[in-house]
Structures are given as C-alpha cells and as structure tokens.
Design a protein around this ligand. Structure first.
Ligand code: 9MR
Length: 387
C-alpha cells in the first residue's frame, strides 16, 4: 500500500449554510449589507469580497511594527474562496500548517514534492506577504521510509538529514527567511529531551547538527527552535522552562547557531497563566541574546466553562490578551495563530483535543462562519498596545 501524504489528520468541515440573516450580520461591519432575500449563492460570491475590504489584524499589527499571520493549508486555499479571503484580509505572514513538514516535502526517499508549499509561496509573493518555514526536524510527520532509515544508524541518519536540508533549503532559498529548524525537542513531561527517531539515531547532538547544517546551507536564515507546553503556570510547564533554558544555554555555549525561540502558544483555559512568571522566563531567554516569537497561538476551552457563547468567548479573549500582550512586552515582534477560523482548526479535527458532543473549541480569531470574535478584538487591542 502506498502511504498517503495529504495531511492525514485533517478532514475539512464544509462551510455550513448559515441563515441569510446571519450572513447579513457578518457583512454589516464591512459596509456591504446584502438584502435578506438574495440567494445564498450570490452571497457566497460576495462574502470574500466584503472580507477583503476590511482592515485585518496584519495591518493593525504592522502599524506597531509587529507581524501577524497564521497557519495555512493549501488544500483549503485552493478550493475555499472564503478561506483565501480571510488570509488575504488578516495575515501578513503565512506558515504552512502541513506543507513544509518532512512527510509533505519528501514522501519517498529522493522524491520531493514542493507543489503544495509552492502554492502558498506563490500566493504570499503575489500579495507581498512573507512565509516562514515549519518544520525541518520533528518527531511527527516523518514518513515511514525516513523512520526506518534513521533506525539504520548514525551515518545513514546524517545522510537523510543532509539530503533533506540540501534540497529543501536550496528550493526555498531567498523565499523563506525563517525556519523552525528543530520542533518540540523537549519531552511532554518537561523533564528531559524527547525520545525521537532523530535522538535515537544521533543522540542529543541532533539539535546541534540540524542547526549547524541549516546555517551552513543558508547563512541568511533566521534559525528557530520551536516548542510548546511551557507557557502556563503548571508544574510540567515550569519544568519545561528550565529544560528549555538549559538546552538554549548549552547550544549557545557550544556556539551552535540559533536566533530565536518559537513559543507555540497552544494554550489551555484549564491551566492558569501567570503573566509575571512568563515575563520573567522571556527575559531570561532574551538575556541569552535570542529573539522570541509566538508561532502557533490557539486556545483550548474546558468543559466546565459556561455554556453561553458570549461568556466562552470572553474567557478566550481575556487569555489571548494576557498572553499576547505579555509576549509583546517581552520582545516578541511576530505573532502567528494556528489557523484563522474555528472551522478549520486542528482543535476541531483532532479527536484527542476536540471538545465533542456538538461543541467546538472557539480558540481562533474567527468563528465557524468567518466572523470576528472577541479573540480578534483582543489581538487587535494587544497589537495597538491598549489595556
Ligand atoms: O495542525 C497540524 C495538523 O493539521 C497536522 O495534521 C499535524 C501533523 O502534521 O500537525 C498539526 O500542527 C502541529 C504543528 O505542526 C506543531 N505543533 C503542534 C501543532 C498541532 O498539533
């Protein structure tokens, strides 16, 4: 059986057929209100145009020297005009949610498929947007052939890494200036390096090797180490901060090239957030001479939260503002959310994190219908520097 290399975990939910009144409401903010009696199809065609006319988060952020963007899926970009319009309006930066991963780029050894990534690059270039790379070395989205090859020993693993970097970084040269070179190297428990095929093949040095290889191949790149699970005030997150700081210090002491820490920001309302404590951590990272950026913001709700949408959205917005404003005060100049609309979020399509029973996490700036939520306003407020 050939392996399937479309993003295997994502099955898009179709755009629903919201009531005409709801569409009218959606468009009201843009000054383009459609008559209630018009046919839904005509509205579908106009919806993206109305969205395009709005001032987006990218623009709001840019006014303060901040880059805002979001993770994009080519499979939706190419077939959903409302999805494309939302990115055109809101995102100054694009990050491929799947298309830059190992399994997407090299599904079989030596056979590279850059078409889905190129589609995003083309879209971004046409509109003067930037695209950042995600992710060269990760324990997930590694095709079966690569996992088997890494198990064959050190030299083979070095060869696999070098061949992938050669081809991908050469292909993207001058187009992608910023890469997550190593993604999620610390164990979920926060107490040690994660046990991955790369670690088993090359030892803890795999991180040094990957960063050095990336710098050798393209000295102009911003090299990022991207991690999650250390943002909030829970014991495993605090442990992870310590591991992360030790890892970063070690890399810098060994003169391994590294420019920034990517803070994923997959937040949980079930966990407390302590702004002062997180600010202290950011200051320690910055004191090492590293930049910080928020790479994958979204927010998971809890089941014991209120049922009413307005109350749920207020909690999400409050957490968004607290987290993003702390990150910005701590020096972040790039903020990316992991998608734009709840409809297409991995929070909805991944069984292990989905809410289920008819509820969908409302953890992104736009709702299921592409309408702006209080989280959108919270981001805008944080970018404007308001309180
Ligand atoms: O959202 C992504 C999902 O669509 C993919 O199927 C999955 C595996 O490639 O990766 C998800 O994105 C992850 C990101 O690459 C790294 N940080 C955690 C993200 C959510 O799982």
């Amino acid at each position: 059986m050939p392996e399937v290399f479309l993003n295997p975990n994502f099955s898009p939910r179709p755009w629903g057929a919201p009531a005409l009144a709801r569409r009218g409401l959606l468009l009201a903010g843009s000054g383009l209100v459609l008559a209630g009696g018009r046919r839904a199809q005509a509205q579908d065609q106009r919806l993206p145009e109305a969205m395009r006319a709005m001032t987006g988060l990218g623009e709001v952020a840019r006014a303060r020297g901040i880059s805002f963007g979001a993770a994009m899926l080519t499979q939706l970009l190419q077939r959903d005009p409302a999805y494309e319009a939302a990115f055109a309006t809101e995102a100054a930066v694009i990050v491929p949610e799947w298309e830059g991963k190992f399994a997407a780029l090299q599904p079989e050894e030596g056979r590279f498929d850059t078409a889905p990534l190129d589609a995003q690059l083309h879209w971004a270039q046409q509109r003067g947007r930037t695209l950042r790379g995600h992710a060269l070395i990760w324990h997930e989205s590694l095709p079966g052939w690569a996992e088997r090859a890494l198990a064959e020993g050190r030299d083979r693993a070095l060869g696999v890494m070098a061949a992938h970097f050669d081809r991908v970084l050469n292909h993207a040269r001058g187009q992608i200036r910023d890469w997550d070179v190593v993604n999620e190297p610390i164990a979920t428990a926060g107490d040690r390096l994660r046990d991955t095929p790369w670690l088993r093949a090359l030892g803890p040095d795999y991180i040094d090797i990957a960063l050095r290889m990336a710098r050798e191949r393209d000295p102009t790149l911003r090299l990022v180490l991207n991690e999650y699970g250390f943002e909030e005030e829970v014991p495993e997150a605090l442990l992870k901060r310590q591991q992360l700081l030790a890892l970063l210090r070690g890399l810098l002491e060994r003169k391994v090239p590294l420019d920034a820490l990517g803070i994923q920001g997959h937040l949980h309302l079930s966990r407390p957030f302590n702004a002062a404590s997180f600010a202290g951590f950011l200051a320690e990272v910055r004191a090492l001479g590293l930049q910080v950026l928020v790479t994958e913001l979204d927010i998971r709700e809890t089941w014991d939260a209120p049922q009413e949408i307005a109350a749920r959205d207020a909690l999400v917005a409050e957490r968004t503002y607290a987290f993003v404003s702390t990150a910005l005060e701590g020096g972040a100049r790039t903020v990316l959310s992991w998608g734009l609309s709840d409809r297409n979020s991995w929070l909805a399509s991944t069984p292990a994190v989905a809410m289920g029973q008819g509820r969908v996490h409302r953890g992104l700036p736009l709702d299921d219908h592409g309408q702006r939520k209080p989280m959108w306003q919270a981001l805008a407020r944080a970018f404007r520097g308001g309180s």
